[in-house]
Design a protein around this ligand. Structure first.
Ligand code: NAD
Ligand code: UD1
Length: 330
């Protein structure tokens, strides 16, 4: 199939392009490079030895999106393009609502106009709010604490409403847990600008000597060792989940958790990193981070049952691949 991948130069999008190409699909990337680099497109080609078409456009631009749909016979859309920094979304809510909602609506409209019936959307475990773990797709969603999470919940509702009146339009809402790691080539991965907010890139940068010490945000949560528990998932497993979701689209809305189903605490991740790299990352216990929840992990059984997809790579492999990528960064 010819798949339009929005945000395909980004972290999860680039790994998904590789997985799509390896599965025999053709890929057209639309990305404004707001949080990524054009070199990533070359790296995707290098890994797969396959050509892809790249358009540097903003996917909120209806005319530019329409031009792609009119020039290519698109069979499906995977919509990654979006702004994703939680803290920034609190500072710049209008930018987040405009970018994340308008892009989704523009793409859905183009799909209707050009009779494209397959649509895969990047949602987030953030939509569960502080529910009881493990999070199951059938749970009532709780309010999220920031505009970023709200945009994900709203896009889920918009796409669901569209399907209600167009049952042939087939949508997969993929709720990712905590994607980490990098492609095993070390050529693509996540390189956040400035000081990272997320745990894994912070750990690799401390290990590299770019940062002094990890701050562990709270050790008094009701978890195995008091530190926050998350469901870290290898980004290549997330990418493969998209290929499976695309292959199984058959009308209607389908929601899937993309997680491993296993929770890992901050201190367990630090130990796994030491196992993978023989580096003991120095850390200190700090205050809880506002907005954090104690535990977040998936019930991943629906994706296994319906898509035949399971996350295959363990936490040590995630640390090893994240570390390889950190070492290949200039
Ligand atoms: P990313 O920032 O690396 O990739 C997003 C890409 O979209 C970037 O290349 C950026 O330049 C592009 N983009 C943003 N707005 C655009 C626009 N209007 N037009 C064209 N391109 C645009 O982020 P990622 O980690 O790869 O995340 C991909 C998607 O998955 C996002 O929607 C994100 O919200 C969602 N998600 C990510 C995580 C995570 O932990 N990384 C977790 C849950 C959900
Ligand atoms: C963050 C986002 C969430 C997004 C997810 C995906 C916030 C509030 N939430 O979630 O919307 O979907 O990333 O990647 O930003 N930690 C430390 N020290 C650090 C960094 C993190 O102890 O320097 C702890 C956190 O308290 C948490 C765990 O590590 O317990 C994971 O944190 P992080 O990587 O930021 O992910 P989330 O908080 O799950």
């Amino acid at each position: 199939m010819n798949i339009l991948v929005t945000g395909g130069a980004g972290y999860i999008g680039s790994h998904t392009c590789v997985a799509l190409l390896e599965a025999g699909h053709s890929v057209i990337v639309a990305d404004n490079l707001n949080n990524s680099k054009a070199e990533t497109i070359d790296k995707i080609k290098q890994i797969t030895n396959t050509e892809i078409t790249f358009y540097q456009i903003d996917v909120t631009d209806e005319t530019a999106v329409g031009a792609i749909f009119s020039q290519h016979e698109i069979n499906g859309v995977i919509h990654f393009a979006g702004l994703k920094a939680v803290g920034e979304s609190v500072e710049k809510p209008l930018e987040y609502y405009c970018n994340n909602l308008v892009s989704t609506m523009v793409l859905a409209k183009a799909c209707q106009k050009y009779n494209v019936s397959r649509f895969v959307f990047s949602s987030s475990a953030a939509v569960y709010g502080d529910n009881t773990v493990p999070f199951v797709e059938t749970m009532n969603l709780l309010p999220t604490t920031n505009p970023y999470g709200e945009t994900k919940a709203m896009c889920e509702r918009i796409l669901t409403d569209i399907v209600k009146v167009n049952p042939a339009f087939s949508v997969s809402l993929l709720r990712y847990f905590n994607p980490v790691g990098a492609h095993e080539s070390g050529l693509i991965g996540e390189a956040p600008n400035g000081i990272p907010n997320n745990l894994m890139p912070y750990v690799t940068q401390v290990a590299k000597g770019k940062l002094k010490k990890l701050k562990v945000f709270g050790n008094d949560y009701p978890t195995v060792d008091g530190t926050g528990v998350r469901d870290y998932i290898h980004v290549v497993d997330v990418a493969e989940g998209h290929v499976a979701a695309l292959d199984h689209l058959m009308g209607g809305v389908h929601i899937y958790n993309l997680g491993t189903g296993r929770g890992t605490s901050v201190l367990e991740l630090v130990s796994a990193f030491a196992e993978a790299t023989e580096i003991k990352v120095p850390y200190e216990i700090a205050d809880r981070r506002p907005g954090d929840i104690a535990s977040c992990y998936a019930d991943a059984s629906k994706a296994k049952r319906e898509l035949g997809w399971v996350a295959k790579r363990d936490i040590v492999a995630m640390c090893r691949d994240a570390w390889r990528f950190e070492n290949k960064l200039l």
